[in-house]
Design a protein around this ligand. Structure first.
Ligand code: ATP
Ligand code: MG
Length: 256
């Protein structure tokens, strides 16, 4: 029997997912902080954990290289959600997606006057959608990290970034100007694995669900998922004469 594979990222997602996995009897045999292993065996012989970058988790699950994974809503929105079933909001790794500006910058006035501001962010899809919904024209500047630096260096007027405690903003003389959305991490499942491995995957989803409910959340069940359903997305792409982004890639198990 091949092992079910769960993709996690090191750090807060791993740490906060562990107690939920524990409820399904899944306990890693190695501590990722002290071992350099990227594939962790667990005390359940039919389950293993792979450690990947947070932004790579949806990709591993989409292509079936992992059967399940845990990823932030931010990461899922940027990824698009293709090929992913998203049954549960786990309520972990909570933070907020915010627009932040230098302490002296009057963001509301800039909006009222229709100023075209420069916004630096790692989250270009979320930012694009947010400003489009507000009818604001902005110049988005894609960065891969340390967004807080961009306004200080004159690269941008504002940033779109995740804010936990707000300490990083404060340390860089920035203030939150607008909340875009609350963020938490979701369980994601490869759509083909959900069908072909249903007998093993479904009990895992249910164990996660009981674990989340035990922490006091009303209902972790999600609907609808992030992104467009695969069928609707490919219909839309066909309709516009577009080529599916994954058209040239083979999906090992996810081809629906
Ligand atoms: P790295 O920090 O190694 O560059 P990353 O930022 O992608 O990688 P993490 O910082 O571990 O990875 O964040 C993983 C997820 O945790 C994010 O995608 C987001 O959903 C959530 N997260 C990020 N920052 C915070 C925060 N300050 N507080 C709570 N949750 C956060
Ligand atoms: Mg980080």
């Amino acid at each position: 029997m091949t092992a079910l594979t769960i993709a996690l990222s090191k750090g807060r997602i791993f740490d906060e997912t562990l107690p939920l996995l524990g409820r399904a009897g899944i306990v890693p045999r190695d501590d990722p902080e002290s071992s350099r292993r990227l594939v962790l065996a667990t005390h359940r012989r039919d389950v293993r954990i792979v450690l990947v970058r947070a932004t790579d988790v949806p990709t591993y699950v989409q292509y079936g290289a992992a059967d399940l994974g845990v990823a932030g809503k931010d990461v899922l929105l940027e990824h698009g959600g293709d090929g992913l079933y998203q049954p549960l909001d786990l309520g972990i790794a909570r933070c907020r997606m915010m627009v932040a500006v230098p302490a002296g910058f009057d963001y509301d006035s800039a909006i009222r006057h229709g100023a075209r501001i420069k916004v630096a962010t790692k989250y270009v899809e979320i930012a694009r959608e947010h400003f489009a919904a507000k009818g604001m024209h902005v110049d988005l500047i894609k960065l891969y990290g340390s967004m807080e630096l961009a306004p200080l260096m004159g690269l941008a007027d504002a940033i779109v970034d995740l804010v936990g405690t707000g300490a990083t903003l404060k340390a860089n003389n920035l203030v939150a100007a607008e909340e875009i959305m609350p963020i938490s991490a979701r369980l994601i499942v490869n759509q083909a694995a959900l069908k072909l491995e249903h007998a093993r995957v479904q009990p895992l989803i249910e164990a996660f669900e009981r674990g989340v409910e035990a922490t006091g959340r009303a209902s972790p069940r999600l609907s609808p998922p992030i992104g467009r359903p695969v069928a609707a997305a490919s219909r839309a792409l066909r309709g516009s004469g577009g080529r599916h982004l994954n058209g040239g890639l083979r999906r090992p198990r996810g081809a629906l």
